[in-house]
Design a protein around this ligand. Structure first.
Ligand SMILES: [Zn+2]
Ligand SMILES: [Zn+2]
Length: 246
């Protein structure tokens, strides 16, 4: 894992599925008033991801009760490439927070299903992105962190400054189509790890619009032969970076 990213994302499938938020102790508040039970609104995987077919086995009551993740049908026969897609949940140092209400549910999906969802999501994002191409051999998580959350994510100060400078300098037009530039894509051949702060500052990268940035990222994931990604999210806020950890 790059030492510049101190974050150690905590993988706790239970904490993500809390449906109730109990306040008070044993059903009574401090002064004896009745407890408030907040039931969070929910979105089903079918509503959240139209077009993705989920295995019935993973949608039965027992799977839901045991909090097993919904899995796309392709994973029933081929699980060489799977990703835990959690578009609206941010995990920083073991704490999770929802990026929208209600958050779309976490699902386990194959490469084709993931890229079908992710490419649209990324192309529709209007903010600015510095995206590091992950090392396809070793990455286990690939996630977007907004600029405001860089510190909370554990990025070292010099890395925060380097990415910030690239975000600030992100102007002009896409080198593919001439639309407004929104992405700086940093290929793995130019920046190998987040520890290479000097390269983060100076690597030429590719300046792209949202659509071509989305394509670059998705084609890079497509080229990875085998993967078991524990966490991949979607971009949020005004600007940030896609980073990976092993
Ligand atoms: Zn699938
Ligand atoms: Zn473009």
């Amino acid at each position: 894992m790059p030492t510049n990213l101190r974050s150690n994302l905590h993988h706790d499938s239970r904490s993500r599925f809390a449906l109730t938020n109990l306040r008070g102790v044993n059903g009574r508040g401090a002064r004896g008033e009745s407890a408030t039970i907040t039931v969070m609104p929910k979105v089903s995987p079918e509503q959240a991801y139209p077009g993705v077919a989920f295995q019935r086995r993973t949608r039965r009551w027992f799977a839901r009760w045991s909090r097993a993740l919904p899995e796309c049908e392709h994973l029933a026969t081929d699980n060489q490439w799977m990703a835990l897609y959690s578009p609206d949940t941010l995990y920083l140092r073991g704490k999770s927070s929802a990026l929208r209400t209600p958050p779309r549910p976490e699902v386990s999906i194959c490469r084709a299903c993931l890229l079908g969802l992710l490419e649209k999501e990324l192309a529709a994002y209007t903010g600015r992105v510095v995206a590091f191409q992950p090392d396809g051999e070793t990455f286990s998580q690939y996630f977007f962190v907004s600029r405001e959350d860089f510190d909370a994510a554990g990025l070292e100060d010099d890395l925060v400054a380097a990415i910030g400078a690239r975000l600030d300098a992100l102007t002009g037009t896409c080198e593919e189509c001439g639309n407004a530039a929104r992405w700086l894509w940093l290929p793995h051949s130019e920046v190998h790890t987040l520890d290479e702060t000097a390269l983060v500052r100076e690597a030429p990268g590719r300046v792209l619009c949202a659509r071509h940035g989305a394509k670059a990222l998705c084609r890079a994931l497509e080229a990875v032969e085998e993967a078991n990604l524990f966490y991949i999210n979607a971009p949020y806020a005004e600007a940030g970076a896609y980073v990976w950890i092993a």
